[in-house]
Design a protein around this ligand. Structure first.
Ligand code: SF4
Length: 351
């Protein structure tokens, strides 16, 4: 997915109207996510508007662009929760995978956040390149003292799908990771909550993506387009409404895009008659399309899916140990950046 240019973005006033409509609709949370929400210079104003509309506010950020002054302003606006993503515990490796020297700043920022009464989550993105030192990464996160840590395996959409061979862990890495997380959950119970999900390529059944299409979430992009999830624009022959043209309530209740995969009537076999259909909703529509070419198909991550062979073949490649050169955390940042050119496919910036 390419980024949208800034010219088409909703104004502060338009966002305020969206928050008011969301509050009236009975929505509970406003998650400011990205891209990078700090790129909006009026973010404090937007948080305040969402709070006034009765929404619980959550800032999901890399932390890049957040200084003490701006943090204080966001807290003054009533921000309820902040989530900072970390790429690694080792500075060189973290900067390498982020493509920016941001790790030290994130540590300082985490210390500053703890001076406020705000809920604090650390998001740790794990994958083939860093899972081998998961214990060390959890110990590092403990020093940041968050309320909660989210150990999130990379999800293979967009640019992560283009870079899947470099990101996909081996089965051995996944199994060791599960045991390490279980031990940490026990040790840290009552002090720090851990939420972790194994990559769905290794699961028997797919994830209940977004809690079901059009069931819980509206994703409003910077230019006002309303989507049932972050990736939904990959689906062909679908158009999505814009808050500039339609009220939020109409989009939620009546738009074709939100109706399209809501409920069970769109399902084909084997999902239509499967006992799991009320739990996983047939998996993820975007992943089904990206891996099988059909948005209505059973998510290939499901072991019962007719197209499950595409997952098996990706796993075979990943576990053969030939598809990727491991990045080395001990090398210099410059060396690692040079390795990156060979390892990754990069997103292009908007014009
Ligand atoms: S067949 Fe469909 S409903 Fe059944 S487990 Fe697989 S994805 Fe879920």
């Amino acid at each position: 997915m390419q980024l949208a240019g800034t010219q088409s973005e909703l104004s502060s006033g338009e966002w305020t109207s969206v928050f008011q409509q969301a509050g009236q609709l009975g929505m509970l949370h406003a998650h400011f996510t990205g891209g990078e929400p700090l790129a909006r210079m009026d973010l404090t104003e937007l948080v305040s508007a969402a709070r006034t509309a009765g929404l619980y506010t959550n800032l999901i950020t890399s932390g890049v662009g957040l200084n003490d002054q701006r943090l204080a302003a966001l807290m003054g606006a009533g921000l309820d929760h902040i989530q900072i993503s970390f790429q690694d515990s080792r500075e060189e490796a973290a900067n390498w995978i982020a493509g920016a020297k941001a790790h030290a700043h994130k540590i300082e920022l985490s210390q500053a956040i703890r001076k406020y009464k705000v809920a604090f989550t650390v998001n740790l993105v794990v994958h083939r390149q860093n899972l081998d030192h998961l214990e060390e990464m959890i110990a590092f996160i403990e020093t940041l003292n968050p309320d909660r840590v989210e150990i999130a395996h990379a999800q293979y959409y967009g640019w992560a799908l283009a870079n899947r061979a470099a990101l996909m862990p081996t089965r051995e890495q996944v199994e060791k990771g599960v045991a390490i997380v279980a031990e940490a959950e026990k040790r840290l119970a009552g002090r720090m909550r851990i939420d972790a999900v194994i990559p769905d390529y290794y699961a028997k059944y797919p994830k209940a993506c977004m809690g079901g299409w059009g069931q819980r979430l509206m994703l409003i992009n910077p230019s006002g387009k309303v989507l049932p999830c972050h990736a939904a624009e990959v689906l062909p022959q679908m158009s999505f409404e814009n808050v500039r043209d339609r009220p939020l309530q109409w989009i939620w209740e009546e738009s074709e895009s939100f109706q399209r995969f809501r409920g069970e009537s769109w399902m084909a076999e084997p999902c239509r008659s499967c006992d799991h259909r009320a739990e996983d909703f047939g998996g993820c529509r975007c992943q089904a399309f990206l891996l099988s070419g059909e948005a209505e198909a059973t998510d290939p991550a499901c072991s019962l899916a007719p197209k499950h062979s595409v997952i098996e073949s990706a796993l075979r490649e990943s576990n053969a140990g030939t598809s990727v050169k491991q990045g080395t955390g001990g090398s210099s940042f410059v060396q690692l950046q040079q390795q990156s050119a060979a390892l990754w496919t990069y997103r292009t910036n908007p014009e």
